[in-house]
Design a protein. Sequence first.
Length: 273
Amino acid sequence: MERRGTRIGLGVWSALVIAFLWIPLVIIAVYAFNSSNIQSWPIPGWTLHWFRVAWHNPDARSSFELSVKVGAATTGIALALGSMAAFAIHRFRFFGRESISFLLVLPIALPGIITGMALNSFYVFAGIGFSIWTIVIGHATFCVVLVYNNVLARLRRSSSSLIEASQDLGADGWQTFRFVVWPVLSTALVAGGLLAFALSFDEVVVTTFTAGAQSTLPIFILDNLRQGQQLPVVNVVAFFVIVVTVIPVALAQRLMRDTGVLRRAATASVTTE
């Protein structure tokens, strides 16, 4: 009876936590289909009109394009720097190794306003004008951590003797990477990249200090939230941001499992070869 009661209690508690997290997002999603430009409950009717308005809004479209460009560039930098840092920390022993690992992880723990203020001060001090790259650098400071943690965790779970065995059997560097390293790290890299893109796409605090006059999609939402006549469009854009953020996170969670899609495909490829 105690075990059954414990399971029921944990189930109820989990449901309450999920409801606490998701009910506000569901309300935003519902308001995106509201036929009225006034937020009231229950909504008077359903429509896709505001989706067409948002799509033809030039400011919303330019903000979306900027967010995609920033997210893609940030993801590329995070994958390159994060994976290299993870390999260095995992494979080599050197003085200050633990301190460097701590410094790599620290930006994700710092409040975004601190990171944004520091970067803004640095750009002003160095005379660097605000551009897409100032935003990318700001986002990369914390997105690198996601890739670093994923790759390092996967490397620690895999045996280093696999690479040595591959080399002992006569495989060159490319063959070792293709048949040994990539099947082990593929899901960690893809998941880290998806998480980095999602985090960059919806980042607002650091972007506020590093964007200057530019406007990403979250900045567009923040700027137009005070304008009542733009509220239906803001709801649609917020709904779109939620969808674009949830999909990469869900895929990343799927790929980080031991039976991830890429992992199975890579294993099948090795077996076929």
